[in-house]
Design a binder for this molecule. Structure first.
Ligand SMILES: Nc1nc2c(ncn2[C@@H]2O[C@H](COP(=O)(O)OP(=O)(O)OP(=O)(O)O)[C@@H](O)[C@H]2O)c(=O)[nH]1
Ligand SMILES: [Mg+2]
Length: 431
């Protein structure tokens, strides 16, 4: 697959770095580049002269695809296509990203999300066709209108069906998160722009897979979190047990963010991001070796994506400090202070200062609370005592007469559980 990449900006110079990376991630060889600085042309997005140039470049380089890093309306896509050699496809940024996701979607959830995004992309186009066709009085066109109306209905039904299935998957994931919390785990998620180094950090922080599995299937638990120098290496989620010290932490690695995605696309991947939204702590990973303006833009993208739904505190992690000297790092810290207050700087690759990150994770996790339970002696009590030992830090355990006094510290959810179990005991005893 050979592609020409093209981009138009209103002012300044168009930067093709990211779109070329995305094209490569999708499997294209980039054989030509074209940029233009001017306002949008209604018919061709680019100026018509530039569109002709694009056509010539495509023919000359033998490309089979033109990738445009702008939002193209259906008519602009059609018009540009009309100038290109026969059979050459026009792809925009979103279709390209969907392509990558489609190629790498391995789980049912990922496949459903890709399908949902594709349908959401198609829906307004089908609606536009329907309204055009039904407005037309001529009989031949009425036929087309009926066809399009049923296509539109089809799309809507499929969307509803996929959403139902995704909701069911999300419910299961929510149950699993609750079970993990009840088992005493704190849930920490890695988030950040694609290629920031999330998976590399995951491998630094997480011990080999040793999560105690009680259920037969946990689809997000895998032994590898791949890292590679390309965009969107990680699509699904991977959860591993992290070794931070005191607390039992489960760390989840997930899909990277990318800028300038339409709302419907981000929404389609919502359930992938659920593990970020519903974590106890989010580590927002940033590539500190990039220039500060790029870091700023990517931080903004990440915050925008997290903004509406995120529930957890965020710690910014400036990664790849092996590639930045101290002075430069200090300048970047200062320049980004408003977006990234009090960040931790590390290198996931060399392991430098990862210990400081471990400490910071412990500090930022919700505080444990103190609890004292006085329980009647008995077999059920003994199993509760051992449950508390498994899930909390027991500070005192005294046996006096017919009673056990247990003092411990645990996360709030655990304390709630322990109280509920204790009150079950009490009712059994008093019957
Ligand atoms: N020099 C340096 N390179 C790093 C560091 N951390 C990660 N990298 C490199 O950066 C590239 C991307 O790393 P990943 O861990 O795959 O990044 P990611 O955030 O998981 O990327 P996606 O899964 O695509 O979202 C790889 O080539 C890593 O080897 C670091 O601390 N220093
Ligand atoms: Mg990754």
């Amino acid at each position: 697959m050979k592609a020409v990449v093209a981009k138009r900006v209103e002012r300044g110079t168009a930067d093709l770095t990211e779109i070329k990376d995305l094209a490569q991630a999708a499997g294209y060889e980039v054989v030509g580049e074209l940029t233009q600085t001017r306002e949008e042309d209604a018919a061709y997005a680019f100026g018509e002269g530039k569109a002709d140039e694009l056509a010539a470049l495509t023919a000359e380089s033998g490309a089979d695809t033109v990738i445009v890093d702008n939002r193209l309306g259906p008519y602009q896509t059609y018009n540009i296509g009309g100038k290109l050699p026969e059979g050459v496809e026009v792809v925009d940024r979103f279709t390209l990203i969907l392509d990558i996701f489609g190629q790498r979607a391995q789980t049912r959830k990922a496949q459903l999300q890709v399908e949902l995004a594709e349908l959401r992309y198609e829906l307004p186009r089908a609606e536009a066709k329907t309204s055009l066709a039904t407005r037309d009085e001529r009989p031949g066109f009425m036929g087309l209108g009926e066809y399009d109306q049923s296509r539109e209905r089809d799309i809507k039904n499929q969307i509803a069906e996929i959403k139902r299935e995704l909701d069911a998957i999300a419910d299961k994931a929510e149950t699993r998160r609750e079970q993990r919390r009840e088992s005493g785990f704190d849930l920490v998620a890695l988030a950040g722009y694609t290629n920031a180094g999330k998976s590399t950090l995951m491998r630094r922080l997480a011990a080999e897979l040793d999560v105690d599995e009680n259920e037969d299937r946990h689809p997000d638990l895998e032994t590898t979190a791949e890292s590679e120098d390309r965009l969107f290496t990680t699509l699904g989620t991977t959860t591993r047990r992290a070794d931070t010290g005191q607390r039992d932490v489960l760390l989840t690695d997930t899909v990277g963010f990318v800028s300038d995605l339409p709302h419907w696309l981000v929404e389609s991947f919502e359930s992938t991001l659920d593990s970020v939204y519903h974590a106890d702590l989010v580590l927002l990973v940033v590539d500190a070796s990039e220039d500060v303006e790029e870091m700023r833009e990517k931080l903004v993208t990440c915050h925008d994506t997290l903004y509406e739904r995120n529930e957890a505190p965020i710690v910014t992690v400036l990664n790849k400090i092996d590639r930045v000297d101290d002075e430069e790092l200090a300048e970047k810290r200062e320049a980004l202070a408003a977006l990234a207050p009090n960040p931790v700087a590390v290198s996931g690759l060399t392991g430098e200062r990862v210990d400081a990150l471990r400490d910071r994770i412990e500090d930022e996790l919700p505080d444990w609370q103190f609890e004292r339970l006085v329980l009647p002696l008995g077999d059920d009590t003994m199993s509760l005592v051992s449950w508390v030992h498994d899930h909390a830090n027991v500070e005192r355990e005294d046996y006096e007469g017919e009673q056990v006094t247990l003092e411990f510290e645990a996360r709030p959810a655990i304390i709630e559980r322990a109280r509920a179990k204790a009150s079950d005991l009490a009712t059994v005893e008093s019957v």
